[in-house]
Every structure is written in structure tokens, then in C-alpha cells.
Design a protein around this ligand. Structure first.
Ligand code: SF4
Length: 449
């Protein structure tokens, strides 16, 4: 097994590490999915209000990639279809019949039968099973085109972003599904790299014996894009794909059962949660049903996914596709009185902006405060110190703002993995990751991706 020492990683030390207990949740009457949080999706709706659905019924597909279908996680009746700005499909709410009747999507597979399939057949089953969007195709970090197969697939077993599900919890009892999923990936490409955190708590030897790399470092050492950056030998690997271990398990389950794997392990965490922990939920579980987990309900920011890479959600939303955490954070006050005169012992700081740099504190509580209004880049030089792909985010930003896209590309802009850590440490709190996202989209469009 090879070791990769990832440079410039950062131990965020955020409070609220989830308990290793994995509880189940109470059933609810309504479940839902939120197409609006799937980036770059142009949804074509296939159901209408009042229509009966089963687990695995197709709700909508991506008009740009018609084989990328999204399936119902519950059985029941479509209760409500909600639209947002410009009639963008926001939420599909389903009244559950509490039966969880499953549609058979295809014949059950075994390890031996998967082995006999052609690469395109495996891709076809994953597409039919509604799991195509679990893959991230680099360098544009999009759902892959359904007709393409990658030069390599990178699997990350662990995640070091606070606070996402821990591998020893979601892998428990799932080794056969993981092996079936891994077998499927190996049919789709000749090279599958499996990375595990140096300090992993996973003990399942049947999974660990497939690990090819040990990834050393704090956040985001276990990001599959970072793994690709350190492991690739030449430019031909730039279009590799990444996938998380929990999604490998779900692919295995889909293939061996022939039905949509609607259960997943998530984390409920954040400063406002009484007991941060793992929960086994059915996809589409309402965030509202987790309200009882909170210490207070006012001034709340709900984040779907990790605290650095997740998206803003709301208490009326759902745990939707490809979301494995829900964070409840304190909405920060944008303007504090006399901030300039405050020593900031209570504020985390990467540079030495606050006197908290002198305090040895075990953990910091995350909120959404920007500690002031919009500020210009002061060229402090902190962001390159945390960039895992050894880039200079502030130079990228300045070139992109000046309308120069060529120079950042020449300097490795497409290696950026959207980890968001440069935005986090920026003392001016410039949203570097959203500037980079927009630029990446523009480049992808010009490249016809
Ligand atoms: S540029 Fe920023 S978002 Fe991109 S990899 Fe570097 S630190 Fe992460």
C-alpha cells in the first residue's frame, strides 16, 4: 500500500464531533427531494401531483444527460411540487404510504454475474438505478456524461470535513455491498484507487484489504480530487472520477438487490444540536422532523452537507440526493459593535488576526458570521498555505476578476477541488470558492462539456 502525504492541510478543530452511535429515526408522513440543490441540473419532471409512486419510480431526469435519472425514495402519492425563482423545480413532496414498496429495476446481480457484464452494461444499470449522480467527473467536478467511462476512479473511504459520516459507522455490516460496488467500478475502468485516512477507525478487514493508498493529513486530505492530484502520473488521468465509500456501498446494494437503495447514514451536527450523532434515515427525510434535536430554533442556518462544501438548506427542506449531513449553525451577526477593539479570544483564526491565536483551545464553535462587511483582498498570503493542491487562490481570484481565464488555467486552476478551505481562512472572507465555481462553469461551457 502506498502512502500520500498531503501538503497544506488544516485541522479545523470544530466542536460537535458526532457520537459514534447510529440511531434510527421516527417515520414521518411526508418525504421529499430537492432538485434545486443539484448543481447544473436542468430537470425534466416526470410526475404530477396526486400520482402514485413506488420506491424507485422515476421522478425527473436531467435534460442535458437523459440517462441521469432521479428516483423516488419512498412509496406513496406525490403531494406537492414546489417551484422557485424562474419556475426552477424546488421540491417534490411525497405523502408516504409507509409501505416502502419497491419497484424492481432489473434482475438481481451477484459478484459472479457483475464480473461477466461489459463496462457499458454496468454503467447502464447504475444509470437505471438512479445513482449516476454519485460520481464526480474531474476536472469540472460535474456528473459524468452517461456515454463516457473514466481513465480511473478514486474512492475515498473516509472524509475529514467536519462533520460527515464516519466510515466505521456506515461500513458496519456492509462489506458485501462494498465489494459488489467495487467490483462494478472495476468493470467500468481498468484502474480503481481506494484511499483510506491514515487515522481511520475502520476495522473491517474485508474492505481494508482493497485499500491502495493511505492518505495523510488533515482536511481535505481524503477528498477524492486531492487524492487524484497527488496520485496522477500524467494529464490523461485529469478526467478521472471520484466517489465516496458510502456511495460504493449503495451501488453494490442497487446491483445485488435490483431495487433503489433508499437508506443512508447521515450525521446531524452543528452548534445548535443537542446531541450530534449518526442517524440511519430514508432518503428524503424531512429536516423539520429533526427540529427536536435543537437547543434553539431562532437564528438558524441549515446546511445540507459538510460545513465547508455543503449548501444552504432550510428547515422546510429534505435530506435529498447525495446529501449525507445536515448542520444546524447559529446565524452570525454580520456587524458586531466595536469589533475593531475586541481581542477576539472567541474567534478561530488561521493567521494572527485575533488574539485567539495565542490561546490553546481544543475546539471552536462554527457560526456563519463574516466578522464585517465586504472587504478587499489584502494579499495576506494565508490562502496558499492551506491549499492542498499547492495553488495560489488569491492570484487566481485577481486574474479571474480581471477577466483573464488563460493564466489561471496555465497555473493549475483546474486542479482546484472546491474544498472551500481558502474561503474559510480568508481574513477578508472573500467567497473564493464561489468565484472559482463560476469560472469553472464558464470554462466547461467553452470546452463544450
Ligand atoms: S483553491 Fe481554494 S478551494 Fe481550490 S483547492 Fe485550493 S484551497 Fe481548496
Amino acid at each position: 500500500m502506498k502512502s500520500i502525504q498531503v501538503k497544506n492541510t488544516y485541522d479545523l478543530q470544530l466542536s460537535g464531533l458526532p457520537d459514534t452511535a447510529c440511531d434510527t429515526v421516527d417515520e414521518t408522513d411526508f418525504y421529499g427531494v430537492s432538485p434545486s440543490r443539484i448543481k447544473e441540473l436542468k430537470a425534466k419532471l416526470l410526475v404530477k401531483e396526486g400520482q402514485a409512486v413506488k420506491v424507485g419510480s422515476c421522478l425527473f431526469f436531467d435534460k442535458k444527460n437523459e440517462k441521469n435519472v432521479f428516483l423516488s425514495p419512498v412509496s406513496g402519492t406525490v403531494e406537492k411540487i414546489e417551484y422557485g425563482d424562474r419556475r426552477a423545480l424546488q421540491n417534490i413532496v411525497i405523502k408516504s404510504d409507509k409501505q416502502f414498496q419497491k419497484e424492481t429495476l432489473f434482475d438481481k446481480q451477484t459478484l459472479a454475474s457483475i464480473d461477466k457484464l461489459e463496462d457499458k452494461d454496468v454503467a447502464d444499470l447504475i444509470q437505471k438505478g438512479g445513482l449516476w449522480s454519485v460520481f464526480t467527473a474531474y476536472p469540472f467536478q460535474m456528473t459524468p456524461n452517461s456515454d463516457l467511462l473514466p481513465p480511473a476512479i478514486y474512492v475515498s473511504i473516509d472524509s475529514d470535513e467536519p462533520h460527515l459520516p464516519q466510515s466505521q459507522i456506515f461500513c458496519e455490516g456492509e462489506k458485501d455491498n462494498f465489494l459488489a460496488g467495487l467490483k462494478a467500478l472495476k468493470k467500468m475502468t481498468s484502474t480503481v484507487h481506494v484511499g483510506v485516512a491514515d487515522k481511520t477507525k475502520l476495522k473491517e478487514t474485508k474492505i481494508l484489504e482493497h485499500v491502495t493508498h493511505r492518505l495523510k493529513g488533515h482536511y481535505p486530505a481524503n477528498n477524492h480530487g486531492v487524492f487524484l492530484y497527488y496520485n496522477k502520473k500524467d494529464a490523461s488521468e485529469n478526467s478521472s472520477w471520484g466517489v465516496s465509500a458510502q456511495d460504493v456501498i449503495r451501488i453494490g446494494k442497487l446491483l445485488t438487490e435490483g431495487t433503489y437503495p433508499n437508506e443512508k447514514v447521515i450525521v446531524v451536527a452543528g452548534a445548535l444540536v443537542k446531541k450530534p450523532r449518526h442517524l440511519k434515515v430514508v432518503e428524503g427525510y424531512p429536516v423539520k422532523a429533526l427540529e427536536k434535536e435543537l437547543t434553539k430554533k431562532a437564528g438558524l442556518r441549515v446546511v445540507a452537507g459538510g460545513v465547508l462544501t455543503g449548501q444552504r438548506s432550510s428547515i422546510d427542506s429534505f435530506i435529498s440526493y447525495n446529501e449525507y449531513a445536515v448542520h444546524f449553525l447559529q446565524e452570525g451577526k454580520e456587524q458586531e459593535m466595536f469589533t475593531f477593539f475586541r481581542p477576539g479570544f472567541d474567534k478561530p483564526t488561521f493567521g494572527r488576526t485575533y488574539l485567539s491565536a495565542l490561546v490553546k483551545k481544543e475546539e471552536w464553535e462554527m457560526n456563519t458570521c463574516l466578522n464585517g462587511g465586504h472587504r478587499a483582498c489584502i494579499a495576506c498570503g494565508e490562502c496558499p498555505k492551506v491549499c492542498p493542491v499547492e495553488s495560489h487562490p488569491q492570484f487566481f481570484m485577481k486574474d479571474l476578476e480581471a477577466g483573464d481565464i488563460e493564466k489561471p488555467i496555465e497555473q493549475g486552476f483546474l486542479d482546484c477541488v472546491s474544498c472551500g478551505i481558502c474561503t474559510y481562512v480568508c481574513p477578508s472572507k472573500i467567497e473564493l470558492d464561489s468565484i472559482f465555481y463560476d469560472a469553472r462553469q464558464k470554462i466547461a461551457k467553452e470546452a463544450g462539456v
